[in-house]
Design a protein around this ligand. Structure first.
Ligand SMILES: [Zn+2]
Length: 265
């Protein structure tokens, strides 16, 4: 699950007692399953390719939002970058189609939903992506709520505008701009607003995809798999905050290794 974060406060775990129990159960299950899944993953699926050649990651992309061609290109390009650039994982995209069978360990679905997700669960309303799944192979679905990505961008626009206005006011009156304005939004923030919605969708989707692929229910300290995305980082146009950590790359590569070269066989 990935949240957007507007202020400095960290999102806390669920406060409702039933949700806390459910949350704890999910975390416990995740710890147990993570080890089991790793053993299974190392064996590899039946359709593993030739020795020495990594399997493709197959993504069935179902777009309920009907995003524009330009946005779709940005979404696929960014997800491709995240998986390909360092992990050398090639994605095979299958558009608007999904097999009616249990998906293999190198397959998953990515659904762009038009709603904001709040009808789906009684949690915080700033959840951008969600990946309900378990180790039986059921529910290899990464959901991204497009309306939340739009909302996230809108917050960024407002921030950027506020900072820009404060800077020009300071310049007009010959006052040095307060340094705290940079924390709100850096001077070049406007450059990153155009592609922000599809980038939010792409990075939220990639985050959920890693949860599914690695059967990882917890979050990392930094990078793509951290708990929440902060708007300030997007306005600075940084890529490094949205990339995989070395241990995540290693785990992905092991997952997609052909069966013949898998360790422990
Ligand atoms: Zn998450």
């Amino acid at each position: 699950m990935i949240y957007s974060r507007r202020r400095h406060a960290l999102l806390s775990p669920p406060t409702n007692r039933a949700n806390v129990r459910k949350f704890a159960k999910i975390i416990r299950a995740g710890l147990v399953l993570a080890a089991a899944a790793f053993t299974l993953a190392a064996v590899g699926p039946a359709e593993a390719q030739q020795a020495g050649q990594q399997q493709d990651l197959v993504v069935y992309l179902i777009d309920h939002q009907f995003v524009s061609d330009a946005e779709m290109a940005t979404i696929q390009g960014e997800i491709g970058e995240i998986f390909q650039a360092e992990a050398n994982v090639t994605i095979r995209w299958i558009m608007d189609d999904s097999p009616r069978r249990r998906l293999a360990s190198n397959e998953l679905r990515f659904l762009i939903l038009a709603s904001d997700g709040t009808r789906w669960f009684h949690g915080p309303s700033n959840v951008i992506g969600l990946a309900p799944h378990d180790d039986t192979g059921v529910g290899r679905n990464s959901f991204v709520f497009y309306r939340q990505a739009l909302w996230f961008r809108q917050q960024a626009v407002l921030r950027c505008r506020e900072a820009t206005r404060a800077r020009s006011q300071a310049a007009a009156t010959g006052v040095t701009p307060d340094p705290s304005i940079d924390a709100l939004a850096p001077p070049e923030c406007g450059d990153h607003l155009t592609s922000l919605t599809p980038l939010v969708v792409a990075r939220a989707a990639a985050h959920e995809m890693v949860h599914i692929l690695l059967n990882k229910l917890d979050h990392s300290e930094g990078g793509l798999m951290r708990k929440s995305f902060d708007i300030t980082e997007w306005l600075a146009g940084e890529q490094v905050s949205f990339r995989l950590l070395p241990e995540e790359i290693t785990a992905l590569q092991q997952l997609l290794q052909p069966a013949t070269t898998a360790p422990g066989r």
